[in-house]
Design a protein around this ligand. Structure first.
Ligand SMILES: Nc1ncnc2c1ncn2[C@@H]1O[C@H](COP(=O)(O)OP(=O)(O)O)[C@@H](O)[C@H]1O
Ligand SMILES: [Mg+2]
Length: 144
């Protein structure tokens, strides 16, 4: 079964490392110029997943939560990763003022935490991943 098929069925991971390894493996299969919307509450592993994507794209620098900035740009060996945290965006006007499009130098991957904040702005072909935590503290991942 392909990784995408596993993601569609739903995957459970038991460590941050395992989540990162899955994300890294998936990153290597992604088409150029794609958007990944990471849904789920605080602490489900959205940033952890983006760290794995970065590794998969050959990005060596650390990926942290973009707490004081809305987005962070990482130039990797294979691709430019834009890590966007929409948590503090209040209107879709704000996303336009970021002029994000100017930073999307092909091939790029845009990973979005709190994508609900800019749902109308997201490309129609974005991947939507639902992240969660089960009652026994396992982290789950499912491609919508
Ligand atoms: N299976 C797992 N997958 C992802 N993260 C996990 C897992 N198990 C434990 N963790 C921990 O949970 C936390 C997830 O935090 P983070 O990725 O910042 O979440 P978010 O960005 O969704 O708020 C990290 O401290 C990570 O180490
Ligand atoms: Mg986060």
């Amino acid at each position: 079964m392909t990784l995408a098929a596993q993601f569609r069925r739903g995957v459970t991971t038991t460590s941050a490392h395992e989540t990162q390894e899955l994300a890294a493996a998936w990153a290597r299969t992604l088409p150029p110029d794609c958007t990944i919307a990471l849904h789920g509450d605080l602490g489900v592993g959205k940033t952890t997943f983006v760290q794995g994507l970065a590794r998969g794209f050959g990005i060596a620098e650390p990926v942290t939560s973009p707490t004081f900035t809305i987005f962070t740009l990482h130039r990797g060996r294979d691709r430019t990763l834009i890590h966007l945290d929409a948590y503090r965006l209040e209107t879709d006007r704000e996303i336009e003022s970021l002029m994000l499009e100017d930073f999307l130098i092909t091939p790029w991957c845009l990973a979005v935490e709190w994508p609900e904040r800019l749902a109308p702005w997201l490309p129609a072909d974005a991947y939507h991943l639902e992240l969660g935590i089960t009652s026994n503290e396992y982290h789950t991942l499912k491609l919508r």
